[in-house]
Design a protein around this ligand. Structure first.
Ligand code: ADE
Length: 257
C-alpha cells in the first residue's frame, strides 16, 4: 500500500459484494487498488438488516411480478458508505432508467475525491430511496441487466484508468493525445503487432516505415474514416480541423478506389 491517501475513494452498495470484489483484483484496476491510488469499499445491505432472515426485499405495492428492494436497509447502507467517502461525494444509482454513462462522465467522476455507487437487483429499489438519497442515476446502455454490479464495475474501470498515476507515463501520454488532442472523441485506429504477414495478410507498410509523422497522419485518418463510417453521430458535434477534413476526404477517396 502507498503511504499516501488514495486519490479516489469509491464505495459500492451491493447485495453481491463477492461479484464486485472478484473483478477488482484484475488488471489496471487491481494494480491501482494494490498501489493505494484508489480505494473501493463494499457495503452489503444484508449485513445491516435487523431481522433474523436478513430481509432486503419485499413484494411490490400494487401487485405484479418480482420483488422490490426495501428502502430501510438500503438507506442505512448508503449512510454507512457515505461516512467512508469524502464529504460531498455524490450517490449514484445504477439502473437502466439512468442517463447514459459516457467518457465525459468518466472524466468528471475521476476528478472527484470520491463517490458512492448503488447497485440494484430484482425489479428495482423503492422509489423513495431514489428521491431521498440519490444524486444521480446512470445507465451503461439500453439493455436490462439482472443487477447493477456489472454496471458498477464498468463505471469503476472507466473511471479508475483516468485517475492520475494509474496508467504508466507512456499509456497516459497516448491517452491524453487521444482525449484532448488529435483524435479526441473519435473511434480508435486499427492496431497491429508482429508478425508483419499472417496468412497472406500484411500490416500496412506505413506502420513499418519508422516515419512518425506519416504514422500519425495515417492513424488520424483511420480514426476519422472509421468514425465517419460507424459512428457519424460523433462527428456531428465535433468541428474538424482543416487537416482532419483533408484526411477524411483522402480516406473516402481511398475507400472508393
Ligand atoms: N441495471 C440494470 N440494467 C442496467 C443498465 N443498463 N445500466 C446500469 N444499471 C443497470
Amino acid at each position: 500500500m502507498s503511504a499516501l491517501a488514495p486519490r479516489l475513494e469509491i464505495e459500492v452498495v451491493t447485495l453481491f459484494p463477492e461479484e464486485v470484489r472478484a473483478a477488482l483484483t484484475i488488471g489496471v484496476v487491481g494494480r491501482a487498488l494494490g498501489r493505494g491510488l484508489v480505494r473501493v469499499g463494499l457495503q452489503d445491505p444484508r449485513s445491516l438488516t435487523t431481522d433474523v432472515h436478513g430481509t432486503v426485499d419485499d413484494r411490490p405495492y400494487g401487485g405484479g411480478p418480482g420483488m422490490v428492494l426495501k428502502v430501510e436497509p438500503l438507506a442505512t447502507s448508503l449512510d454507512e458508505a457515505v461516512r467512508r467517502v469524502p464529504a460531498g461525494s455524490p450517490r449514484i444509482y445504477l439502473s437502466a432508467q439512468g442517463r447514459r454513462f459516457d467518457q465525459a462522465t468518466a472524466r468528471r467522476l475521476a476528478a472527484l475525491p470520491g463517490f458512492v455507487l448503488l447497485a440494484g437487483r430484482y425489479e428495482g429499489v423503492d422509489q423513495r430511496l431514489i428521491d431521498e438519497s440519490i444524486d444521480e442515476e446512470l445507465s451503461i446502455g439500453d439493455y436490462v441487466l439482472s443487477g447493477g454490479e456489472l454496471a458498477a464495475l464498468v463505471v469503476i474501470d472507466a473511471v479508475v484508468r483516468l485517475v492520475p498515476g494509474v496508467l504508466g507515463a507512456v499509456e497516459s501520454a497516448e491517452q491524453e493525445s487521444f482525449a484532448a488532442g488529435d483524435a479526441g472523441g473519435l473511434l480508435d485506429w486499427p492496431h497491429y503487432t508482429r508478425p508483419p504477414e499472417w496468412r497472406g495478410l500484411k500490416v500496412p507498410d506505413v506502420l513499418l516505415s519508422g516515419d512518425h509523422e506519416r504514422i500519425r497522419r495515417w492513424r488520424l485518418k483511420q480514426a476519422l474514416g472509421r468514425t465517419a463510417a460507424l459512428r457519424a453521430d460523433l462527428l456531428v458535434e465535433r468541428n474538424l480541423s482543416s487537416e482532419e477534413q483533408l484526411l477524411l476526404d483522402e480516406y473516402r477517396e481511398e475507400d472508393d478506389s
